[in-house]
Ligand binder design. Sequence first.
Ligand code: ZN
Length: 588
Amino acid sequence: MLPYKAFAILLPAALIAFGCGKRSMPEPFSPLAEEFVYTSLSLSPVSATAVGYHQHGEASLDRMLDDLSAEGIANQRQFYLGFRDRLAKTVNPDGLTPEDRADYDLIQDQIALNLLEFDEIQSYRHNPTVYVELIGNAMFNPHVLEYAPKAERLRHIIARLERVPAFLDQAKKNLADSPEIWTTVAVEENDGNIGLIDKQIRPTVPPELSADYDRAARPALEALRAFQDYLKKDLVKRAASDWRLGADKYKRKFRYVLATDLTPDQVLANAEADLKAVQARMLELAGPLHEKMYPGQRDRSDANRVISEVLARIADRHSRVESYIPDAKAALQEARDFVRTKGLLALPPRDNLQVIETPEFMRGIYAVGGFMSAPALEPQLGAFYWITPIPRNWDKKRIDSKLREYNFFKLKLLTIHEAMPGHYVQLEYANDIQPKTRRVLRAVFGNGPYVEGWAQYATQMMLDAGFLDNAPEVRLTFQKEELRVLANAILDIRLQTMEMTDQQALDLMEKETFQEHEEAAAKLRRAKLSSCQLPTYLVGWHDWIRVREHYKQAKGGAYKLTEFNEQALKAGALPLPVLARLLTGKPL
Ligand SMILES: [Zn+2]
């Protein structure tokens, strides 16, 4: 998964509504795209810092927080409405070059998604984690991204700290109610923010800035602690709204985020059918392993038991709390060597990847790990593979459950997915896109299924190339992951639109897809915190395979896997049908 939610989708051309009146004089498209990208970033200074956009006209974005006042929200809404109108009046999408047309589609979908958010979903009225995570990112990015000398970045943090009390007042004004689970997570993450400001950043402040830091941090911390009280004593009592998005809004959001012509119902039906097929393939692999692992047992008639027992034996081989992160680092090196030896694709030239603990304020969503790319405009800066450490204060049973889930084999697969050649390699390629406007557009509004689908597809490619000497244990572990990807899609659709209960969700994960309880409980929580993100893995994975087949057909005898991987990554996070069109000139 990725820290910056990639929202975007291709709308089939027929669905894009154009003003039916006369068009004004056509405007060249690239200045419009540029204006859209940088103005929308200026409306979200916290995101702007993350992509390396620091100065918008007179405004020093690194010193600002997003304006979520009633006026600020009205301004944003007006910007998107106005821009949509301008596009309708001045751009003929059919006359654009393929690359411009791809960008045009991304912009249209982003506008539609934002308006759906402002007008109907309205997270800013119901979800306190919006504010908490924004503050966390606002402080964390200047702390870790070395875009300027340290003293200057600390001045940015100080300027942002000064704005925290007013920002939290605004949050309280906006929040009408919140489902209990969102309030609970906001409390935990807000605690992380307090720690970030008080414990993590403070010791790094040089002496000449420490008085300024203290002066800004004191009221900010007071406001954050008061916000904690507000969450625990006030907002928690106003739990009328539902974390479930509901079928109607879900269907629309799904169309903008997933870029697929399938409806949620179709994706659900396919996923439920695939679940049975993958279970059958697992049994084929597990049977011979079971005979070796449990030679005394004769009765292998219960398929689920055979698979579970083999998986249990596989999970016995696992890391320890202290060696968890060093083991992930070793897995990274191993995967890197393998990609190089097999020539799956050229590795990125920059050496900027760091393996670090997931920041505390993000652990609500990133319970396992994640990846944070270098900023699109400053690709020379650090990229981070986050590993969420296992809390030492957990009881033994809980620790064991987590270590067994992220066992020897699974930790390697996680590393392939997040970093090598998964998200890290993918986003390094994306950070070389020219011109810069296109690079930023496809980074900030990139397509989720492209991003997550690549990580799944890349893992499959590693195994197909014989990673870990074709060990059946790693293949079986990956099939279990395939079940997890299917379950992710099923959970999201059933929970958000069909009143699936917690127990049904846990049963699906623990009984049908062999997940340990700790993992299932964390996933259930995540499923309540987001929508239309969990199906991106499945939809994207299938579409990457389809695009590769499409490319293979077009190239015939000249097809080369390495070339496909590199060309597809050089395009950046486009909806996969658009990628297919760009690579071959033919629709998927
Ligand atoms: Zn991912």
